[in-house]
Design a binder for this molecule. Structure first.
Ligand code: ZN
Length: 483
């Protein structure tokens, strides 16, 4: 007798698709079969039964930039929103302050998440300095279950130059670490921003002009070359342009086992948004690109040139964007929306394009958007959908087969995905703690109906029924052998 039987759905894993019952015992998948008996039954007929989504690139409660504006979703609101969208695992980042060791920052970030997260989570360490003490911490950080490190090639306070990148990559090669690279050319951005500021340009329409696709491609090529020299495995985050994609494809054709990810905003939207009245809401790096880039990204996602879809979820409310607040002015809880304390503005005038907090909301809409524009539109098979929303990220980040599949012994992270449910996306209907979404007004067909995490019901018939603070830290092993 199982604790729960998910009855009669079409079970889709990365390899196969078949109608079956899923038997769950003690929080794990115990059996796939027919006529399984359980103390509780969930009718899954007519739905796709999927392994829970994995979003390995999110920024919850992230104090960003010199103004330290804090992204609007914290570990509680953000992981509730993730679960409502069918994602049961996230991986976020640790950024150590100047006066903090990496291990101390990791312990603090982990404790913050454990107190509030509704779903399981992992962490990446941000590799933003190469002093001997930090380099000596690399094996300790990996042993603590964090074998992946984020490198920024742009942004003051975070970026490393080429020599520093190489030193960091060598440390990872020696200890079994994976490099995640934000590939943009810092000097190109700085030069173009200065040029536009001198010309008096402040509107958000100038933001994408300062982040050209060719700069992304050049940085991608350089990061891959440095990783080839150091011999460490490398993963390119948020590939957004056809030119960047081509650099990744060349490295892979040459035998480098590099991987790449893409975000829903780059698959679904284009730079046309920067001509609109709400252009500042789309300040993100990389920016939205041309329609031809969008199509190239879909083709790569279909054919394996890109490995999986992440959100880079890093929302800011309108008031935060416009300099009126550092923290969000409300907090969405399962009991309703509560206002937060008043706050002095951090900027007297709306910030110019180069001072806007950068990032967008997407943690809740990822699965539905990839399903609608991928599977419903005929670009992806259901099993490729599972691969790019769950299985491939689980493999790359050392979570497979505990996460990313539905097989005996896997955690019972299960999504009953209703392929016919039509949803008009609007910020008000979502659980994300923000007053807009980049996908406002789009109607998608297909939405997660019921979501389990380790056998616990978090979402039932589209309603949040779970609790926060139950999410567990996922310690991951070294990634040696992936280079
Ligand atoms: Zn990011």
């Amino acid at each position: 007798m199982f604790d729960i039987v998910v009855r009669g759905g079409t079970v889709v894993t990365d390899g196969a698709e078949r109608v079956a019952d899923v038997g769950i015992l003690d929080g794990r998948v115990a059996a796939l079969g027919e006529r399984l008996a359980g103390r509780r039954e969930l009718d899954a007929r007519g739905t796709l039964v999927l392994p829970g989504g994995i979003d390995p690139h999110v920024h919850l409660a992230y104090p960003q930039g010199p103004a330290r504006v804090v992204s609007a979703d914290d570990w509680q609101t953000g992981t509730i929103a993730a679960a409502c969208g069918g994602t049961t695992t996230v991986i976020d980042f640790v950024e150590a302050r100047a006066d903090e060791t990496w291990m101390a920052a990791l312990a603090a970030r982990r404790a913050e998440a454990e107190a509030a997260a509704a779903i399981d989570f992992g962490l990446h360490m941000t590799f933003h300095r190469t002093d001997p003490r930090s380099l000596a911490e690399v094996p300790e950080v990996i042993a603590a279950g964090v074998p992946s490190f984020k490198f920024y090639m742009a942004y003051d306070g975070l970026r490393l130059d080429d020599g520093e990148l190489l030193a960091g990559f060598e440390a990872l090669a020696a200890h079994g670490g994976l490099a995640l690279v934000h590939a943009e050319n810092h000097d190109v951005i700085r030069h173009l921003v200065a040029h536009h500021r001198r010309a008096g340009h402040t509107h958000a329409a100038f933001h994408p002009l300062c982040h050209p696709a060719t700069g992304e491609a050049e940085a991608t090529e350089r990061a891959l070359a440095l990783a080839a020299i150091a011999g460490n495995p490398v993963h390119v985050v948020h590939v957004s342009a056809e030119a960047g994609l081509a650099a990744l494809a060349r490295a892979r054709a040459g035998g480098q086992a590099a991987t790449g990810e893409v975000c829903p905003q780059h698959l679904v939207l284009t730079d046309a948004v920067y001509a609109g009245a709400d252009a500042d809401l789309f300040a993100m790096a990389p920016p939205l690109r041309r329609d031809s880039d969008r199509e190239a990204l879909w083709a790569a996602l279909r054919d394996g040139g890109l490995d999986f879809v992440v959100t880079d979820h890093c929302p800011f409310t309108r008031a935060q964007r416009r300099g009126q607040r550092r923290t969000p002015e409300f907090r969405r809880t399962p009991a309703g929306v509560q206002p937060t304390a008043p706050e002095e503005p951090w900027s007297a005038t709306p910030p110019s394009f180069d001072r806007l907090p950068g990032g967008g909301a997407g943690i809740e809409t990822r699965m539905a958007l990839v399903h609608h524009f991928g599977v419903t539109a005929g670009r992806l098979s259901p099993s490729r959908f599972v691969e790019v929303t769950s299985a491939a990220a689980a493999r790359r980040f050392g979570l497979y087969p505990r996460k990313g599949t539905l097989a005996p012994w896997a955690d019972a992270d299960v999504v009953l995905f209703d392929r016919e449910r039509e949803v008009a996306i609007s910020a008000e209907r979502l659980h994300q703690n923000v007053d807009h979404t980049p996908f406002e007004g789009l109607t998608v067909r297909g939405w997660p109906r019921t979501v389990l995490s380790r056998g616990e019901l978090l979402v039932h018939d589209f309603e949040w029924v779970g609790s926060a603070g139950r999410g567990r830290f996922l310690a991951r092993g070294p990634v040696a052998g992936l280079a």
